[in-house]
Write a protein that binds this ligand. Structure first.
Ligand code: NAI
Ligand code: HPV
Length: 523
C-alpha cells in the first residue's frame, strides 16, 4: 500500500504512516504533476493547500483521502463518496490552536499591534496614532458554535466580553453553561462590537456576509475571520472597511489562497496572517498523528475514528457493533442471491441491546451486502447509501425497545416488486454472527462459505436424496440446518458445503420430487 503526502505534515504523522506503509512526501507538486502520479497511490494525505478535485479523484485508485485538519472544502467529498473513497479528517487536534489564533488576531486588530510594530521598526515613535479599543465590556458575536466557536466563547467571557452567538444547528443545552446568548444572525450582527466566524465553508455559508449584512452591523465594528475565505464577500468587506463601517478587520483566510493582489491587503485597517490558525507545533503533531492512524485503519479495512463521508459508530459501542456489521453485510448478500425482484424498500429492524445503539453503520453494511452481487463495481460502506438512493431504494430503521438486555437482533425486511422477504440474524457469542431466520423459517446458520438452500416438503427422504447427490459428486457437507413451518408442511434446509456446487449438480437436486427450489449461495 502506498500513501502520498502532498502538504507538509508533522514528522510524527509521517513516522506512523511509515511504520505500516510506503510513504512518499511530495509537497512541491503542481496540479498536473499530482494528476500524473496519483494513480499509483492507495491513500493521499493533505492539509488545505492541495486541491483534491473531482478530476483528480476520478483518475485515481485511492481508497482513502486524509485531511490533517478540520476543513474539507478543498476536497470534492461528493466525488470521493460516489467513487467509494473514504475521506477522513482530524477535527479535534487544532481546535485550541485556531481558537488562540482568533484571540491573537482580535487583540492585534483592537490594539493595532502589527501596524505599531512596523511603524516602530521603521524608526518612528507614533504613540497617538495607535490608540486602540479594549475588549472588556464589548459584545462579541460568534458565528458558528462548534468546537472552535465554543472555545472562543468560553475565553471571551473570561475577558469580560458579552457573548452572543448564532448557530442554527446546535441545541441550546449545548451552550447552556457557556454564558452565551444564542440568537438569530441579524441580532448578532446588530449588537456586536466584534464578530468572529467559526463556520465551515458550505453552500449555505458561502458569502453569508455581504453588503446587506454589513448594513445591519454597528458602525465601527471589528471583524475576525479565522474560518474560511469565502464566508465573507471580500468586495463588500473592502467597501465596509473603506467607508469606516468596519473599523478593523483581521483575516487568516482568503477566498483565493495565496491572495494574489487582494485589495484588502492594501488597507491600513486590515491585518492578516497566511492561514496560520492551525499552525502550532502542538496542533500539527496531533492532527498528523490522528490522520495517519485513520489512514492505516482505513487501508486495513478497520473502522476509522474520524470519517467525513461515512456513518460512524460510538467508540464505546464499537466492539459490540463490529460483528453485527459483518452479519448485516452477509444478510444482504444472502438476500440477493436467494431472492429475485426489483428492490424497492429495505427496513432494518433492531432489537435487544442494539435497539439502544447508533446502528447506522450496521444498516449501511446491510445495504452494501444487498448491492454486492448486483453491481459491476461492488458497493462499499461509503457509497452504498448513495447507490441505493440513486436506485430508488427506500431505507428505514426501526428499533424495538423490549428486552434491551438481550443480545442484539437484526432483521432485514426487503420489499421488492414481487414479494416481501426477511432475513434475521444475531451474534450469539462475541464475534459469532448467525443467520437465525429466513422468512418464516427458523434456522441457525453461520454465514460463511458455500451454502445450499433448499425449499421442500417436510417428508422423509428428501434430505437423504440431496445428501446422496452431493456425495456422488464428492461435495462434502460441513453442517446442516433444517427449519419447517409445520409438521409435513413446507421446510427449508441450509447445507454448508466445503466445495462449490456446479450448475449440473444443482440441476439434479432441483429435479428431486417435492423439492420446490434449490439455490447455491456464496457468503
Ligand atoms: N484558520 C485555520 O487554520 C483553521 C480554520 N478552521 C475552520 O474553522 C471551521 C470551524 O471548525 P470547528 O469549530 O472545528 O468545526 P465544527 O464543525 O465543530 O463547528 C462548525 C459549526 O458551524 C455551525 N454551522 C454550520 N453551518 C452554519 C450556518 N450556515 N450558520 C451558522 N452556523 C453554522 C455548525 O452547526 C457547527 O456547530 C472549520 O470548518 C474550518 O473551516 C479550523 C481549524 C483551523
Ligand atoms: O484545519 C483546518 O480547517 C484549517 O484550516 C487548517 O489548515 P492547514 O492544515 O493549516 O492548511
Amino acid at each position: 500500500m502506498r500513501v502520498l503526502v502532498s502538504d507538509k505534515i508533522a514528522k510524527e504523522g509521517i513516522d506512523i504512516l511509515k511504520s505500516e506503509l510506503k510513504v512518499d512526501v511530495r509537497t512541491d507538486l503542481t496540479p498536473d504533476q499530482l494528476r500524473e502520479i496519483i494513480k499509483d497511490y492507495d491513500a493521499l494525505v493533505v492539509r488545505s493547500q492541495t486541491k483534491v478535485t473531482k478530476d483528480l479523484i476520478e483518475c485515481s485508485n485511492l481508497k482513502v483521502i486524509g485531511r490533517a485538519g478540520v476543513g474539507v472544502d478543498n476536497i470534492d467529498v461528493e466525488a470521493a463518496t460516489l467513487k467509494g473513497i473514504l475521506v477522513v479528517n482530524a477535527p479535534e487536534g487544532n481546535t485550541i490552536a485556531a481558537c488562540e489564533h482568533t484571540f491573537a488576531l482580535m487583540f492585534a486588530v483592537a490594539r493595532k499591534i502589527p501596524q505599531a510594530v512596523s511603524s516602530l521598526k521603521s524608526g518612528r515613535w507614533e504613540r497617538n496614532k495607535f490608540t486602540g479599543v479594549q475588549l472588556s465590556g464589548k459584545t462579541l458575536g460568534v458565528i458558528g458554535l462548534g468546537r472552535i466557536g465554543k472555545e472562543v466563547a468560553k475565553r471571551a467571557s473570561s475577558l469580560g466580553m458579552n457573548v452572543v452567538g448564532y448557530d442554527p444547528y446546535i441545541a441550546r443545552e449545548n451552550v447552556e453553561n457557556l454564558n452565551i446568548k444564542l440568537t438569530d444572525l441579524d441580532e448578532v450582527l446588530r449588537t456586536s462590537d466584534f464578530i468572529t466566524f467559526h463556520v465551515p465553508l458550505t453552500k449555505a455559508t458561502r458569502r453569508m456576509i455581504g453588503e446587506e449584512q454589513f448594513k445591519i452591523m454597528k458602525d465601527g465594528v471589528y471583524i475576525i475571520n479565522c474560518a474560511r475565505g469565502g464566508i465573507i464577500d471580500e468586495k463588500a468587506l473592502y467597501d465596509a472597511l473603506v467607508s469606516g463601517k468596519v473599523a478593523g478587520c483581521a483575516l487568516d483566510v482568503f477566498e483565493k489562497e495565496p491572495p494574489e493582489d487582494n485589495p484588502l491587503l492594501s488597507l491600513d485597517n486590515v491585518i492578516a496572517t497566511p492561514h496560520l490558525g492551525a499552525s502550532t507545533a502542538e496542533a500539527q503533531i496531533v492532527v498528523a498523528e490522528e490522520v495517519a492512524k485513520d489512514i492505516i485503519r482505513a487501508l486495513k479495512g478497520e473502522i476509522v475514528k474520524n470519517p467525513v463521508n461515512m456513518v460512524s459508530v460510538r467508540p464505546e459501542e464499537y466492539s459490540f457493533i463490529l460483528p453485527y456489521i459483518r452479519l448485516a453485510e452477509k444478510m444482504g448478500c444472502l438476500y440477493t442471491q436467494l431472492k429475485n425482484g426489483r428492490i424497492q424498500e429495505v427496513e432494518m429492524i433492531y432489537g435487544g441491546r442494539l435497539a439502544n445503539m447508533d446502528v447506522k453503520l450496521v444498516t449501511t453494511a446491510g445495504i452494501k451486502g444487498l448491492l454486492s452481487n448486483i453491481l459491476q463495481v461492488p458497493a462499499n460502506l461509503i457509497n452504498a447509501p448513495i447507490i441505493a438512493r440513486d436506485r430508488g431504494i427506500k431505507i428505514t430503521e426501526k428499533k424495538i425497545k423490549e428486552d434491551e438486555d438481550a443480545p442484539g437482533t437484526v432483521t432485514m425486511r426487503v420489499t421488492t416488486d414481487k414479494e416481501v422477504g426477511t432475513i434475521s440474524g444475531c451474534v450469539f457469542e462475541k464475534d459469532s454472527p448467525r443467520i437465525t431466520g429466513i422468512d418464516d423459517y427458523k434456522i441457525d446458520l453461520i454465514p460463511e462459505g458455500y451454502v445450499l438452500i433448499t425449499n421442500h416438503k417436510d417428508k422423509p427422504g428428501i434430505v437423504g436424496k440431496v445428501g446422496t447427490i452431493l456425495g456422488k459428486n464428492d461435495i462434502n457437507i460441513a453442517s446442516m440446518q433444517l427449519g419447517r413451518k409445520s409438521y409435513r408442511g413446507d421446510a427449508l434446509m441450509a447445507l454448508s458445503v466445503d466445495e462449490e456446487i456446479p450448475e449440473s449438480v444443482l440441476k439434479e437436486i432441483k429435479a428431486i420430487e417435492d423439492l420446490k427450489d434449490a439455490v447455491f449461495v456464496k457468503l
